[in-house]
Design a protein. Structure first.
Length: 112
């Protein structure tokens, strides 16, 4: 955990958040600035700033996240389909330097 990381602070309970799922590897919370009817964020417990710095252990956790999302579709309200987004770096508008996956759904999403 990193002291000044907002996601690490959420994980430690220092910043309140709506947690929809949590286990030993990651948590899923509601995004505070939703870009879709349902906009969630899956956050690994390990702090890795950027996906291009990810270790094999971290990559395994990302795989677990994707697998768990597919099993939690109903509970998350995304049964009609969903989009997973990982922003990598400043040019991609990554605003928190802690790898995370955006989960968008609950409606027909715009094509891009």
């Amino acid at each position: 955990m990193v002291e000044d990381c907002v996601f690490c602070k959420i994980r430690k309970g220092e910043i309140p958040s709506t947690v929809l799922y949590s286990d030993d590897d990651f948590m899923i919370i509601k995004d505070i600035n939703p870009q879709a009817k349902i906009h969630l964020v899956a956050i690994p417990n390990i702090h890795v700033p950027y996906i291009d710095m990810m270790t094999e252990e971290g990559a395994c956790i990302l795989g677990k996240i994707i697998s768990k999302i597919s099993h939690l579709q109903e509970e998350l309200g995304i049964t009609g389909g969903y989009r997973l987004v990982v922003n990598q770096g400043e040019n991609a508008h990554q605003t928190v330097a802690h790898v995370h996956i955006h989960i968008l759904g609950g409606e027909k999403l715009k094509d891009f």
